[in-house]
Ligand binder design. Structure first.
Ligand code: TYM
Length: 329
C-alpha cells in the first residue's frame, strides 16, 4: 500500500537550518522510501497572511523551490508545485472555513503571537489554519511532515477532517504527523529561547541555507551561550549550549547528551557545529546555483502544478458533493 505524504513551506524569507532539520530532511527521507507518494508545495498563499513585498514574493517562491530540489527533493519522484497554481487549495479552504469555528481559529498559538505583534491584522492570518487543512486534505494525505511549531495546526486539520466526515459522510483521509527525532525545533542563535524563523527581526540568529561559510562561522561563533563554561545538555538551564548540541547531534546522528561529554569548551563545540553546518550547506548551495543557471525551474513547477491539479480535483469534487454543492456539469 502507498502512503501519501504532504508538506508545505511558505516563502516569507530564505529557508534556514530550522526548516531543514525540522521538515526538509524528513521530506527527503520519506521521498526515498519506496512505499510513499510525496506531494511538496511552496505555499505562497500563506505568505499573504502578513505584510509582504509583492516584488519579492515570486523570487522567494522560486528560491524556495530551487533550494528544495538542491536539498534532494526530486521533482520526478515527488510532486513539487506552487500552491497558488492549484486552485483547489483556495476552494477547499473555503469549505474548511465553513467547518471550523471562529473560537478554534482565535485560540491558535501562532495567530495569537503574530496578531499580537501587529497593528493591522489580516483576516487571512486568522483563517490560515483552514487553508493549511485544505492543503493537507486535498491530497488524501496519510502523513504530514512538519516541525514541532506546526503541531497545533496539524491537530486542527485532523479535527476538521473528522468533523467533516462525521457531519457530511466519509470524505477525507485523516492525516497523522511525523516529527523529526532529535531536534523538532531549532532555536535562534542569539535568543535561544525563541525558534529560528524566516521572519526573525535580526538575521544574525538565523542560519540561511544560502549563507556562505564565513557567515556561518561568524554567526555560530557569536551564538549566545552562558557564563558557566561547562558543555552540558540541559535545554531549560542552558538553552544556548543545548541548542548547539541539538543541532550538532541532528547533523551527526548522535544524541546531544553523550555528545556534550566529548567537549571541554564552548569554542571547540562551536567550531564543530560550524564545520558540520558548512559541510551540509556547501553541496546544497552548489546544486542550487546550477539549478538557477539552468533556468528551467518554471517548467518543472508548471509540470508539478499540472500533476497536483489532477490529484486534488477529485477530492474537491467529493467534498462539494458531500457538503451539498451542485456538482459541475
Ligand atoms: P514554515 O514555512 O514556517 O516552515 C516550514 C517547515 O519548517 C518547520 N520549521 C522548523 N522546524 C524546526 N525548527 C524551527 N526553528 C523551524 N521553523 C520552521 C515548520 O514546522 C514547517 O514544517 N504553516 C506551515 C506551512 C504549511 C504546511 C501546510 C505545512 C502550509 N500548509 C501543510 C505542512 C502541511 C508553515 O508556516 O511552515
Amino acid at each position: 500500500m502507498t502512503t501519501t505524504v504532504f508538506s508545505g513551506l511558505k516563502p516569507t524569507g530564505s529557508l534556514h537550518l530550522g526548516n531543514y532539520l525540522g521538515a526538509i530532511r524528513q521530506m527527503i527521507d520519506l521521498q526515498d522510501d519506496p512505499t510513499t507518494a510525496c506531494r511538496y508545495a511552496v505555499v505562497d498563499l500563506h505568505s499573504l497572511t502578513v505584510e509582504h513585498d509583492p516584488r519579492r514574493l515570486s523570487e522567494l517562491t522560486l528560491e524556495l523551490a530551487g533550494l528544495l530540489i538542491a536539498c534532494g527533493v526530486d521533482p520526478d519522484r515527488s510532486v513539487l508545485f506552487v500552491q497558488s497554481q492549484v486552485p483547489a487549495h483556495a476552494e477547499l479552504a473555503y469549505l474548511m472555513e465553513a467547518t471550523v469555528a471562529f473560537g478554534e481559529l482565535r485560540r491558535m498559538i501562532q495567530f495569537r503571537e503574530k496578531a499580537g505583534a501587529q497593528d493591522r491584522v489580516r483576516a487571512a492570518l486568522l483563517t490560515y489554519p483552514a487553508l493549511m487543512a485544505a492543503d493537507i486534505l486535498a491530497y488524501d494525505t496519510d502523513l504530514v511532515t512538519v516541525g514541532e511549531d506546526q503541531c497545533q495546526h496539524l491537530e486542527l486539520a485532523r479535527t476538521l477532517a473528522h468533523r467533516f466526515n462525521g457531519r457530511y459522510g466519509e470524505t477525507f483521509v485523516v492525516p497523522a504527523g511525523v516529527h523529526p527525532a532529535h531536534v523538532a525545533r531549532v532555536m535562534d542563535l542569539v535568543d535561544p529561547t525563541r525558534k529560528m524563523g524566516k521572519t526573525s527581526t535580526s538575521s544574525v540568529g538565523v542560519i540561511s541555507l544560502l549563507d556562505p561559510p564565513r557567515v556561518v562561522e561568524r554567526k555560530i561563533g557569536r551564538a549566545t551561550t552562558d557564563g558557566d563554561r561547562v558543555v552540558r545538555y540541559a535545554p531549560d538551564e542552558k538553552p544556548g549550549v543545548s541548542s548547539l548540541l541539538a543541532v550538532l547531534g541532528a547533523l551527526t546522528g548522535t544524541h546531544p547528551v553523550p555528545l556534550a561529554e566529548s567537549y571541554q569548551s564552548y569554542v571547540a563545540l562551536k567550531r564543530d557545529v560550524a564545520a558540520a553546518v558548512i559541510a551540509l550547506l556547501e553541496p546544497v548551495q552548489r546544486t542550487y546555483a546550477q539549478i538557477r543557471d539552468d533556468g528551467d525551474l518554471d517548467v518543472v513547477l508548471r509540470d508539478g502544478a499540472g500533476r497536483a491539479r489532477q490529484l486534488a480535483g477529485p477530492t474537491l469534487e467529493r467534498a462539494h458533493r458531500a457538503i451539498g454543492l451542485a456538482p459541475a456539469a
